[in-house]
Design a protein around this ligand. Structure first.
Ligand SMILES: [Zn+2]
Length: 487
């Protein structure tokens, strides 16, 4: 086990002014004399902001500490004070690197938190890419707001900076899958493969004779790139994600479907813009594209990966060979299928280029990043195709486009949408409703209680109904800020 040094704690900027000074998360008080209890501090009624607190009155552990993303009323919650129970906690168990699970850790570090973050090696490697980049984006947003006078708060401050992200990374400690990590007397944690992205885990928390299982984000069964999710054999309490709790992915071959969509667009002289999550989705897309090339398809269609973050994350695939299904040859072929675009000038040249091509760029829900420039340029022309490859959270440009919006607002301008828009959810990194039921069903006996989290209300409610009716298990959908006693 590798323990990072916890040195060099810097004095935090004393001049921090919060951009949303009134933001607050309504948090119930812990039930009196509750014994073991859990608080749902995020990802309840929404797919983002994952954060749960387990507390038995003596020991407290937090699982995940993610950013709220999507609609503004959710995003302002990122500015809410960290609940005191969380600020005091010594340990955060991190399921995986995606920012909606890890992205509030730099915020905690900025506010002086200096506990330990426990996660797998690949999660650490991905967080080393994602967290400083997130800090950089926060700084850029604050700077942009200041230069254009957007902010009601002068000067606008970032939620956190790159330096705060580096402080947070100093707190990381790694654990192997399957290994028990002792936390306190009678309390320990074990990580299981969740199959979602590199390093992603479900976390089993053994707590003085009771077991609480956090699904994290559950991957697909039979995915071409990632391994199947494997939960432990039993648990007394289960928190299960429900991103696609009300949906089934189409049972079609993702490689063929992707190829058909791209070829149709290229035949009419169009450009395919694929907004993709830099970590996870991009690597799967590259693999499917390399299979198409190997089958003699898309030979004359240039493919560009326009995201430095996604390029770096793709290179990590070949570093963590035992965490996915690809062999070295396939892995290298996937990484070699696209022309990597790192420089801004080259990205701008790509936006100006009218030849048929494929551009993969972040962010995956079109909430920011270089993909916005491509959407601005290519969305107004009906011969182009905007192809999504994953879940689009409510309130994002991605969700609006998939729902058929005729205009979207980018950088303060209204952009008409005439391009074809498609969402290939079978390329998603998330289990669908049937796969979540399969994952739960592999537990050898009924848990005492299932908590359905990490979904929009319909997804969570539909899944909860399936768990009650098909598995016959006791199941609830907790509300944001509520506590449940684990009797
Ligand atoms: Zn995720």
């Amino acid at each position: 086990m590798h323990k990072r040094k916890k040195k060099h704690r810097q004095q935090h900027n004393p001049g921090i002014a919060f951009q949303e000074p009134n933001a607050s998360l309504h948090l119930e008080t812990r039930p009196e004399g509750a014994g073991l209890a859990i608080a749902f501090l995020g990802a309840s009624g929404t797919v983002t902001g994952s954060r749960y607190l387990v507390d038995d009155g003596e020991t407290r552990v937090v699982v995940d500490s993610g950013l709220f993303q999507g609609a503004k009323d959710l995003r302002v919650l990122n500015w809410a004070p960290i609940p005191p129970d969380v600020a005091d906690v010594g340990l955060v168990l991190l399921t995986h690197a995606h920012l909606d699970h890890s992205g509030a850790l730099p915020r905690m570090a900025r506010l002086g938190w200096n506990g330990t973050v426990l996660c797998t090696r690949a999660t650490t490697a991905l967080c080393e890419l994602l967290l400083p980049d997130s800090g950089h984006l926060q700084e850029k947003d604050a700077d942009f707001a200041n230069r254009h006078g957007f902010s009601r708060h002068q000067p606008a401050q970032p939620l956190y900076t790159q330096a705060d992200a580096r402080l947070a990374l100093e707190l990381f400690q790694t654990i192997r899958f399957g290994e028990w990590h002792p936390i306190a007397d009678g309390i320990s944690a074990r990580y299981h493969d969740a199959g979602h992205i590199l390093g992603a885990a479900s976390i089993e928390l053994s707590w003085k004779g009771r077991t609480i299982l956090f699904s994290g984000d559950i991957g697909r069964y039979g995915d071409a790139v990632m391994k199947d999710p494997v939960p432990p054999a039993r648990a007394d309490y289960v928190l299960v994600e429900s991103t696609y709790g009300d949906r089934r992915h189409e049972k079609v071959d993702p490689t063929t479907t992707l190829g058909d969509h791209i070829e149709r667009c290229v035949r009419r002289g169009g450009t395919v813009v694929i907004p993709a999550f830099a970590v996870g989705r991009v690597q799967s897309l590259l693999y499917h594209l390399s299979r198409l090339r190997a089958a003699g398809r898309l030979r004359d269609t240039p493919i560009y990966l326009d995201s430095p973050m996604a390029i770096n994350a793709s290179e990590l695939m070949c570093k963590f060979m035992d965490e996915h299904r690809l062999n070295r040859t396939d892995c290298e072929a996937a990484c070699g299928v696209a022309h990597y675009v790192r420089e801004v000038e080259e990205s701008k040249a790509l936006t100006a280029d009218t030849n048929p091509k494929v551009i993969i760029s972040a962010s995956g829900m079109a909430t920011g990043g270089r993909v916005l420039h491509h959407l601005k340029r290519f969305a107004p022309d009906p011969k182009n195709l905007v192809l999504f490859a994953g879940f689009q959270a409510a309130g994002t440009r991605g969700a609006a486009l998939v729902a058929g919006a005729k205009t979207i607002k980018i950088h303060g301008e209204y952009v008409p949408v005439e391009a074809e828009v498609a969402n290939l959810t079978m390329l998603s990194a998330h289990a669908d409703s049937d796969e979540i039921i399969r994952w739960l069903g592999s537990l050898e006996q009924a848990p005492r209680q299932v908590f359905v989290t990490h979904g929009e209300p319909t997804g969570s409610n539909v899944l909860a109904k399936r768990v009650s009716e098909e598995l016959g298990w006791s199941c609830t959908v907790p509300t944001l800020g509520s506590w449940s006693v684990l009797a």
